[in-house]
Design a protein around this ligand. Structure first.
Ligand code: IP8
Length: 248
């Protein structure tokens, strides 16, 4: 089977982060059309945007701060499920067949088979596996597990051809400018200066850390604008695109 491409649809792309619960169906439709018309076997991970992060902020839960109430856990997860429902509907409208899974599903449903074989089985049947950042129980309480870290974990088991992060920026900029850095090695990534964002996870810094780790494993990582469907499509297909590539 063709090698897999993992696509991370950033929360700032698929929702309007300035307005709580504002889903961008037009943007997701355009990206879904590009995925459907490519020959790639694509697994989608999506972020929380103005659904998961809005609720997480209200409830005081993040990747650092543990939830102090059971309600915070349920409400944040519910917001993610709501966004996932909207996104799945848009994927179906654009001729994709999403199969949403959680890390727990993956372990249980794969049974005795490795999770990678289970996921490849779904892809072979024409399904698009979809998952998202979640609230997980850690030794120090319930915290947010970012979709960016899901991409890293999936890259470890699936050995994808490449990972494509669709962002609300054109890629990684040179410090204090709008000049795109076309290529970075994992060690150069560590030197990139990033201003902290407002996410309940780590924003661009976390994406870059995950990208450096993925690239060190082998697959290249593409940072491309989720608003430029042609550039997204090129990155998806492994062609030259306007954005940043992280590779070893
Ligand atoms: O937007 C966040 O995922 P991310 C998931 O990929 C939640 O960091 C639960 C807010």
């Amino acid at each position: 089977m063709a090698r897999v491409v993992i696509v991370k649809l950033g929360g700032s792309v698929i929702t309007d982060k300035s307005k709580p619960y504002s889903y961008r169906s037009d943007v997701v439709s355009a990206l879904a059309e590009e995925i459907a018309s490519s020959d790639e076997k694509v697994l989608v991970v999506h972020g929380g945007g103005s659904f998961g992060h809005t609720v997480a902020r209200q409830q005081g839960i993040s990747s650092e701060e543990a939830a102090t109430s059971a309600g915070a856990v349920s409400k944040t997860r519910e917001a993610m499920r709501e966004l996932n429902g909207l996104l799945s509907k848009t994927l179906i409208e654009n001729k994709l067949f999403p199969y949403t899974f959680t890390p727990f599903d993956a372990v249980v449903k794969a049974g005795k088979r490795p999770v990678s074989l289970w996921l490849r089985g779904l892809l072979k049947l024409g399904l698009t596996p979809v998952t998202f950042g979640d609230v997980i129980l850690t030794p120090s309480g319930f915290k947010i597990f970012s979709g960016d870290l899901m991409v890293l974990e999936l890259a470890k088991i699936l050995e994808p051809e490449r990972c494509v992060f669709a962002l609300d920026a054109d890629g990684v900029y040179e410090e204090g400018t709008r000049v795109i850095i076309p290529e970075l090695s994992p060690s150069q990534v560590k030197k990139v200066q990033i201003r902290p964002g407002e996410d309940a996870t780590g924003g661009m810094k976390l994406k870059l850390d995950a990208a450096a780790k993925i690239a060190a494993l082998g697959p290249k990582v593409c940072f491309v604008s989720g608003y430029r469907r042609n550039e997204f499509s090129k990155a998806l297909k492994g062609l030259e695109f306007y954005g940043t590539t992280v590779r070893s």
